[in-house]
Design a protein around this ligand. Structure first.
Ligand SMILES: Nc1ncnc2c1ncn2[C@@H]1O[C@H](COP(=O)(O)OP(=O)(O)O)[C@@H](O)[C@H]1O
Ligand SMILES: CC(=O)N[C@@H](CCC(=O)OP(=O)(O)O)C(=O)O
Length: 302
C-alpha cells in the first residue's frame, strides 16, 4: 500500500462509521433549534450552516427553528427598553414585540438563511405567522400560584405544518422564527424558541429534536458542571423538571413535550463545539444529553 493510501484510510474509516447512521436517518425529519447564545461566533455559525446543508445532502430533512434572545436584548437596549424576564420568559410590551419581530424575522433569520444559501438555493425563512404555522393565545404563566400578565407572550394552541412540509418536499430547508399569530385578538406573540422548536418537532412527527445551546448538555448538579446527564427517559426527566433552573426549563420541557408527542429522541447539545450536529448524528460517540421515550426501543444504535 502506498503512503498516500495509508493516510487516506482513516478518512475512509470515518466515512464508513457514518454509514449505519446515514441508513438509519435517511428521509427522516430533524428539527434543529439554534439558540441565540450559541450564535455568538461567525465561524460557529458558518459550521452550523455547513452541517445543516450536509444533512440535507445526506438525505435527511432538516428544519431550523432559531432563537435570538441576546440579540433581542441588545436591540431593546438600543431603543432604551429594558429586558425583564418572568418565569424564564421575556416580558413583552407591544413596543418590545415590534423589536422582537424585527430582530428575529429581519435580522437573525435573514442571517441564517444567507449562511445556508451560500451552499445553494435551499433555505427559505418564515415565521410562525406564515401560513398559520404557529397559532398562540396569550400566555399567563403562574407565578406563586397566580396567573401573571407578561404582555405579548404566546402559548401555542395549534400548529399547521403545511408550509414547512411543502418546503421539505421541495428539497428546501425551512428556517422558522419563533413568532406566532393569534387566532383571537389579531396580535402577534413572542414564543420561546425552545418551545416553538419542540412543538414543531412533535407536529411534524420528526425523528429528532436537537437543541443547540451554550453548555455541554444537562448538568446533573447545576451550577456544578462536572457531570452531564448523557441519557434519560421521559419519566426521569419529568421528575427532574421542578428542580431545574431557568434557561434549561423551556429546553427540557420542550424535549419532554417532543418525545411524549412522538419524536424518537430529543437532544440538547453544545453549540460551541464546531460541527456538533454532525458529531451527534453521524458518529458513534454522541455528545450532550439525550431524552428518549419511556419505552425507547432502539434509539441509541443505528
Ligand atoms: N442543569 C443545567 N444544566 C446546564 N445548564 C443549565 C442548567 N440549569 C440552568 N442552566 C443554564 O441554562 C443556560 C442555557 O439556556 P439559555 O441561556 O436560555 O440558552 P439558549 O440561548 O441556547 O436558549 C446555560 O447556559 C446555563 O446557564
Ligand atoms: C417569550 C420569550 O422569552 N421569547 C424569547 C424568544 C427568543 C428565544 O427564545 O431566544 P433564545 O433561544 O436565544 O433564548 C425572547 O424574547 O428572548
Amino acid at each position: 500500500m502506498s503512503t498516500r493510501q495509508h493516510t487516506a484510510l482513516p478518512k475512509a474509516r470515518i466515512l464508513i462509521e457514518a454509514l449505519p447512521w446515514l441508513t438509519r436517518h435517511h428521509g427522516k425529519t430533524i428539527v434543529i433549534k439554534f439558540g441565540g447564545n450559541a450564535m455568538v461566533d461567525d465561524a460557529l455559525k458558518a459550521a452550523f450552516a455547513q452541517d445543516v446543508v450536509f444533512l440535507r445532502h445526506a438525505g435527511l430533512k432538516p428544519v431550523v427553528v432559531h432563537g435570538g434572545g441576546p440579540q433581542i436584548t441588545a436591540q431593546l437596549d438600543r431603543h432604551g427598553l429594558v429586558s425583564e424576564f418572568r418565569a424564564g420568559l421575556r416580558v413583552t410590551t407591544p413596543e418590545a414585540m415590534d423589536v422582537v419581530r424585527m430582530v428575529l424575522a429581519g435580522q437573525v433569520q435573514r442571517e441564517l438563511v444567507g449562511l445556508l444559501n451560500r451552499h445553494g438555493p435551499f433555505a427559505v425563512g418564515l415565521t410562525g405567522e406564515d401560513a398559520h404555522t404557529i397559532t398562540a393565545t396569550k400566555h399567563l404563566p403562574r407565578i406563586d400560584g397566580e396567573p401573571v400578565d407578561i404582555g405579548r407572550v404566546g402559548e401555542i394552541t395549534e400548529m399547521d405544518t403545511g408550509a414547512v412540509e411543502a418546503l421539505l418536499a421541495d428539497g428546501r430547508i425551512p428556517v422558522v422564527s419563533s413568532i406566532a399569530r393569534s387566532a383571537d385578538d389579531g396580535h402577534v406573540y413572542n414564543v420561546n424558541a425552545d418551545t416553538a422548536a419542540a412543538a414543531l418537532a412533535a407536529a411534524l412527527k420528526a425523528e429528532t429534536l436537537m437543541v443547540l445551546t451554550d453548555v455541554e448538555g444537562l448538568y446533573e448538579d447545576w451550577p456544578n458542571s462536572d457531570d452531564v446527564i448523557s441519557r434519560l427517559t421521559a419519566s426521569e426527566l419529568e421528575k427532574l423538571l421542578p428542580d431545574l433552573a431557568s434557561g434549561m426549563v423551556p429546553k427540557m420541557q420542550g424535549c419532554l413535550h417532543a418525545v411524549r408527542g412522538g419524536v424518537t429522541t430529543a437532544r440538547v447539545i453544545d453549540g460551541r463545539v464546531p460541527h456538533s450536529i454532525l458529531l451527534e448524528i453521524f458518529t458513534d460517540e454522541g455528545i450532550g444529553t439525550m431524552v428518549v421515550p419511556d419505552d425507547p426501543g432502539t434509539t441509541d444504535a443505528p
